[in-house]
Design a binder for this molecule. Sequence first.
Ligand SMILES: Nc1ncnc2c1ncn2[C@@H]1O[C@H](COP(=O)(O)OP(=O)(O)OP(=O)(O)O)[C@@H](O)[C@H]1O
Ligand SMILES: [Mg+2]
Length: 232
Amino acid sequence: MTTILNTHQPALSGHYFVTGTDTEIGKTTTTANLVKALAEQGNSVYAIKPVTAGLESSDTGEPFSDDAKRINSFANVHPPIEAIAPICLRTPCSPHIAAKIDGVNLTAEQITAVTQQTLQDYPADTVLIEGAGGWFTPINRTQTLADVAVALNCPVIVVVGVKLGSLNHAMLTLQAVWQSGLEVALVVFNKLAADTPFFDEQVAWLCDYISGEASQYQLVTPQFMSQDFLRC
Ligand SMILES: Nc1ncnc2c1ncn2[C@@H]1O[C@H](COP(=O)(O)OP(=O)(O)OP(=O)(O)O)[C@@H](O)[C@H]1O
Ligand SMILES: [Mg+2]
């Protein structure tokens, strides 16, 4: 049976890996707002950014992961920063390049282990794990973040940054997640700009596509995003 559940209040319980159709398409923004919605529903919740490539500087000049901070803007469980941003690389680029620049050996096994350690040390009703870039972001010569998602064995939240061309990106991402054997738990259609052309038509087409491919999805459209969400 095919069921599409449209909701502005997604119900998520457990651990989820958040991926997206590209870099800079709203994974952090979406994750922060999902954390907010889940906290408001009474769940204990926080988010992890296992690999950050590109760091901000604090007032005192300390480098930090801005994504890790933003995704936890509305968290009600507060692990220390080294637990929610365990691997921080200085250069804003693909992690495999950033790791090489920093002289760091990055592997899927290591990223999985540090993430699992945080999940074990800081239990919560829901923990969201933000990837970096897209589904197949490389972490070394042979592995990608998809290997981490598979090793973590989490359902996946796919953020679609809706713009011209995103249907192809969304289909490629969804196909890759399905082929990995992981469940797609939630598809979020993020309207990146108020004047995004043919937003409704693209979402409608993707909803049809998804409903033909899978048994159940929660489809979230941007109405659930609050102004707080867009500010985080
Ligand atoms: N729905 C939206 N409306 C307006 N601005 C948005 C929306 N979604 C995201 N943005 C803006 O787009 C930019 C990129 O968003 P975000 O940082 O969430 O992307 P990302 O996919 O997490 O990027 P990265 O790959 O660097 O982790 C941010 O400046 C964010 O404020
Ligand atoms: Mg991000």
